[in-house]
Design a protein around this ligand. Sequence first.
Ligand SMILES: Nc1ncnc2c1ncn2[C@@H]1O[C@H](COP(=O)(O)OP(=O)(O)O[C@H]2O[C@H](CO)[C@@H](O)[C@H](O)[C@H]2O)[C@@H](O)[C@H]1O
Length: 649
Amino acid sequence: MDSLCVVGNGGVSSFQAFTRLETTNVSFRPRTQLGFGCFVKERCKDGNLVIARSGRSEVGNSKDGNFAVENEKEEKGGSGGLILGPERDASGSVIGFNLIPDHPGNGEVLESQKDATTGETEEAEGIEREEKVQTRVTYTIVFVTAEAEPYSKTGGLGDVCGSLPKSLAARGHRVMVVSPRYLHGGLADEKFAGATDLDCQIKVYCFGGEQKVAFFHEYREGVDWVFVDHPSYHRPGNPYGDSHGAFGDNQFRFTLLCHAACEAPLVLLLGGYTYGEKCLFLANDWHAGLVPVLLASKYHPHGVYKDARSILVIHNLAHQGVEAAITYKNLGLPPEWYGALEWVFPTWARTHALDTGEAVNVLKGAIVTADRILTVSKGYAWEITTVEGGYGLHELLSSRRSVLNGITNGIDISEWNPSSDKHIASNYSEDDLSGKVQCKIALQKELGLPIKPDYPLIGFIGRLDYQKGIDLIRWATPELMEDDVQFVMLGSGDPLYEEWMRAAESTYKDKFRGWVGFNIQISHKITAGADILLMPSRFEPCGLNQLYAMRYGTVPVVHGTGGLRDTVQSFDPYAHEGLGEGTGWIFSPLSKESMLGALRVAIRTYRDHKSSWEGIMKRGMAKDYTWENAAVQYEQVFEWAFIDPPYIK
Ligand SMILES: Nc1ncnc2c1ncn2[C@@H]1O[C@H](COP(=O)(O)OP(=O)(O)O[C@H]2O[C@H](CO)[C@@H](O)[C@H](O)[C@H]2O)[C@@H](O)[C@H]1O
């Protein structure tokens, strides 16, 4: 089974009007000043640990381990504070600590500190209380991911791991994101310029040898961004492959990531403290799937991470990290844990008579060892427990249904906001939509399409992949092009479809444009300039483009699956005494006819029922899909994770 999501990188555009340089705006918040003492575990090279300069300056500490520390509020003259309550094991070593920040709006004084593991409430000493405020539990969170925007992104995983950590940090949690330090030898490498070498090397024992990995670090927007450095991450292409396909050593590269991520909370001094053992690992997709397996098999037997918890976050079940069974010995896991990853393909899926179908499946290993499992929408959480959506793992996932939840992704509104988006020709908002047509005209100009503000402009953005229903678009395009519409596609991936997009552009010169490549700036321009966003995904764990589209007043037409069905509501013109309701159109079944049917209704509404159209746009723009919302739900799942004992002791 193909274990990788391979996306073509920097493909050649068939129209040159666009600028190819991606720009990403990174805004910096004032840094919180913390006063961390020194907590050292002798694991780094030469026994020396370097305290990372993470922008936090020490302003106070006390020997009993409780720290009253100034925060940004004090910088502004406020009276707020932060309590740090280190938690110690029997030997007195700090194994973790909780922060309770003084949030604006939460009142001036902290009330109490609640132990995340036991749920008990302990009084925070030495703090005067003037009024009661809501108790807030904070967690020490370690994201492990193959991509995190703005450093690396090929799809939605990068969006989520680039923005959810910031939201959680803003809510007072201590958050680290561990991902590889990819250097592709191009302009994109500049994204890592702000990350400094922590001068901390560890040895990872896997693949029959000893690998040295180093750590780089940047403290940005309240988050410790940690980059694992190894020569295997330095090569042209994208995180997973290049124009020749997936890299052959991806199992090795992501095994390194997982081992390094498990060590990071123990060995890296960030702001003066390690993260300690009592942390919550969020292992994203198969690339991070060895993390819960390592915690259970390598650390727990030695009493390490006994108070930690792990949550597997599934963004896409179709990619599972499956390799030949013989590779198990390379993973640095104890031999007796083979069963956790063991995977036998059914007879029909075997390639020849002698093929025993034996394999190792990293995602399966994570499913059977993680404390909890999350997916990125409620609908998908159910779908993966069915034969149709479970990709062979439905029975296992069903067996863990009691700890399986779905939380719909949010969107980063500092990045995706039509009223402040720097990539688009004209800013606009729900109250003043006039800029939207300017964005459309600018897009038509830029692409060399006839300037037709009244023509419905349909957009598609995404990986050119079976998942995204790109084959359906291909079959439907000739019929769609008979209508007075324009269609703009941005995507990369399967070379067959990249070629088709180029060909369609020359066939339908006045109506079709296909940008082959990965370009964030163009994705914003299409999201703002299009009237309709088409997403005929075969399955869609959540989908972000429909959320971006709604925020930009671009009406989604989507297949009724997973997160698309959860987030788009079909337009009903008769609801609310004719005022209408709904934010787009959902079609089902997944067929050319039903997709074209939905598109035609959307096009007719756009042309002939302007006020209904505006209602659909505005209802979409008013939807709250911010990360704030999702982060609160994540916190609930974190709480459940610590209420239960570890799944594997
Ligand atoms: N050629 C291109 N140029 C520029 N930008 C491009 C691009 N192609 C894609 N993108 C961007 O990549 C992201 C794609 O996100 P999606 O959620 O739609 O899909 P993806 O399948 O990658 O993610 C998986 O993980 C996410 C996150 O959980 C789930 O929402 C989703 O359902 C699941 O399949 C969007 O930000 C999109 O704009």
